[in-house]
Design a binder for this molecule. Structure first.
Ligand code: GTP
Ligand code: SPV
Ligand code: MN
Length: 590
């Protein structure tokens, strides 16, 4: 498929190491993908679902020990430990290459190596970047074909250029003890072994589009962020774009596809989805910040997705979708997960593969679907996909929103005083951990800009890069906000209805950007009073609202200690602007 010397030399090296029986280039044609689906169905790697109800949809179950990203097995092998920084695992690149070459050696004997050329971003856009993933998993090929633009057109676009990200994935024996997800930023190389799950193996996603791309962005003056991108259309037909960073399983897909409350819908408000997970941001010719979504599909959390909570996400999964680790409804060979409806199938196969009576099974408190079970759905299926989705120049961003899952502390919404303060707000984000990564769930941890697991270099330099971008943007910089949809009352109930009602907060945010909404200055930034939000038709009592929109100085004083402790690991590298903002917050809270 190519005469590109760099590609062929690299491929030779990888083939002689992995020793596959066969090499198959993925050309992107429907015929080839269909043949692979057939083959994977025959081997049992995937199952075909009900063709009438879910046309072109398949089911896949991963190993029980392989159901989420593994942060403790993920490495940034920069030249030095200092370059990887204190928030990343690091090993000397030469040592890591040697260790992994041993593991990869002969790992594809008796197997086929698929060569998947892919583009992150529309093929040929100045924003876009090319990768080639070598994998021995048809499941990975089929997912990459949904999540990215794959095939011959990508190789044609690459031509003789040596600049592409070299990605190698071997499923091997899925041994968690020898699982490695390794980025070599200086070599634009990603090596993944002993996993077959999502972000560990769909190497265009977190490994490339965030870890490698954040490193490239730092060198080249742009940003790769864990952000959704949405367009909010007002009744006049004007569309303003928002980019929002929330940690994994904290609501990006949901917000990106939001359906406004009925009264706003009637007025003509609409939300258009540009992206649900990753944004690449560059300064445009007019000096504003522009974003593209480098992906072509959604790898979304299934549990909690329903017609009521996220109609558009559910609609996106009704054809051409791969479901991973959800439950099977054997009554009609469709899928089910907690939160889809209140009616688990009696005849079900739970995610681990056991046939169960679903009604009794959930009654025991067990989950039919894994909490991190996912759907891989083509973006073009989404009823609210933006007309700008394929725009190679991206969309102009008016507001940047950070958010986390905080039962206490963070109010529903507040606005940063300026860019530098906004970067501090992002840098001090904290959120409860979720099932998207292996490990304990529900523990509050610092997750700057929702990038803790995804920043491909020293986090302190990443903060500095954010500050530099702000300097370049000057008065054209988007305003920065923080939201928290997850405040809980004493009984552990969510205080804010969330989902579609988050639109009320988005409207305040965009009005603030245009100087059209009021706010009160507090120690942490500008907060709306209840009367500043449009709460028409919302059933929420005044006391709850007051609490959602308040800043408890004592609780925040406690935050200061946590922030200081967190920043200490960066030593002198912590940018002065960030240290200044911390001092300001401390003074404000006195
Ligand atoms: P990743 O794909 O892991 O990056 O996750 P994400 O950030 O896209 O999260 P997603 O939108 O899939 O939401 C994860 C979980 O949070 C789901 O179970 C949702 O139902 C729940 N959720 C999303 N938005 C809200 C909200 O506004 N309020 C509440 N209470 N829950 C929400
Ligand atoms: C996340 O964990 O943030 C995801 C899923 O979007 S994964 O692709 O597994 O990283
Ligand atoms: Mn994500």
């Amino acid at each position: 498929m190519t005469t590109n010397k760099s590609v062929l030399a690299w491929l030779d090296d990888m083939v002689s190491m992995c020793k596959p029986d066969e090499i198959v280039w993925i050309d992107g044609s429907e015929e080839q993908l269909e043949a692979l689906r057939k083959e994977a169905c025959e081997s049992g790697e995937i199952l075909k679902l009900n063709e009438e109800k879910l046309p072109g949809c398949y089911y896949h179950r991963t190993a029980e020990n392989d159901v989420a990203r593994v942060e403790d097995r993920t490495f940034i092998c920069a030249r030095t430990k200092e370059e990887a920084g204190p928030t990343n695992n690091w090993m000397d690149p030469a040592e890591m290459y040697a260790k992994l070459r041993n593991l990869y050696n002969g790992s594809m004997k008796g197997r086929t190596m698929y060569v998947v050329p892919y583009s992150m971003g529309p093929i040929g856009s100045p924003f876009s970047k090319i990768g080639i993933e070598l994998t021995d998993s048809i499941y990975v090929v089929l997912n990459m074909a949904i999540m990215t633009r794959v095939g011959k057109a990508v190789m044609d676009c690459l031509g003789d250029c040596p600049e592409f990200v070299k990605c190698l994935h071997a499923k091997k024996d899925v041994n968690p003890e020898e699982r490695y997800i390794v980025q070599f930023p200086q070599d634009a190389t990603i090596w993944s072994i002993n996993s077959a799950y999502g972000g560990n193996v769909l190497l265009g996603k977190k490994c490339f589009a965030l870890r490698i791309a954040s490193y490239l962005g730092k060198q080249e003056g742009w940003m790769a962020e864990h952000m959704l991108i949405l367009g909010l259309e007002n009744p006049k037909g004007e569309i303003k774009y928002i980019a929002a960073a929330f940690p994994s399983a904290c609501g990006k897909t949901n917000l990106a596809m939001l359906i406004p409350p009925a009264y706003l819908k009637e007025k003509g408000y609409k939300v258009w989805t540009v992206g649900d997970d990753i944004a690449w941001l560059r300064i445009g010719e007019d000096g504003r910040l522009y974003a593209i979504n480098p992906e072509a599909g959604f790898f979304g959390v299934a549990p909690g997705t329903s017609e009521k909570t996220n109609f558009n996400a559910l609609a996106s999964t009704r054809q051409g979708t791969i479901f991973t680790n959800v439950a099977i409804n054997n009554e009609d060979n469709t899928v089910w997960w907690e939160g889809l409806d209140k009616n688990p199938p009696a005849d079900a196969t739970e995610w681990k593969g056991a046939k169960v009576n679903g009604k009794e099974y959930t009654a025991e408190g067990n989950k039919l679907a894994h909490p991190n079970s996912r759907f891989t759905a083509p973006a073009k299926n989404c009823p609210c996909i933006s007309s700008e989705f394929e725009n190679p120049a991206g969309v102009p961003i008016s507001a940047i929103v950070f958010g986390g899952r905080r039962a206490k502390t963070a109010p529903l919404v507040y606005q940063a005083r300026d860019w530098e303060h906004g970067v501090f707000v992002g840098a001090t984000m904290a959120s409860e951990t979720t099932a998207a990564a292996a490990g304990q769930v529900g523990v509050v941890r610092r997750d700057p800009m929702a990038m803790k697991p995804f920043c491909g270099y020293n986090m302190a330099d990443y903060f500095a890069h954010w500050l530099e971008m702000g300097e370049k943007l000057g008065d054209k910089a988007p305003s920065i906000f923080h939201v928290n949809w997850f405040r809980q009352d004493a009984e552990g109930h969510f205080m804010w209805p969330g989902f579609g009602d988050n639109m009320r907060v988005l409207n305040w945010i965009l009005d603030r950007c245009e100087g059209k909404a009021d706010a009160t200055e507090t120690a942490i930034g500008y907060l709306p009073k209840a009367s500043d939000l449009d709460l028409t038709g919302l059933d929420i009592d005044a006391a709850t609202l007051e609490e959602l929109l308040s800043v408890d100085k004592e609780v925040w004083a406690g935050e200061i200690d946590g922030i200081k402790e967190y920043f200490a690991q960066f030593g002198d590298k912590l940018p002065k602007g960030i240290a200044d903002q911390l001092a300001k917050l401390e003074a404000n809270l006195k």
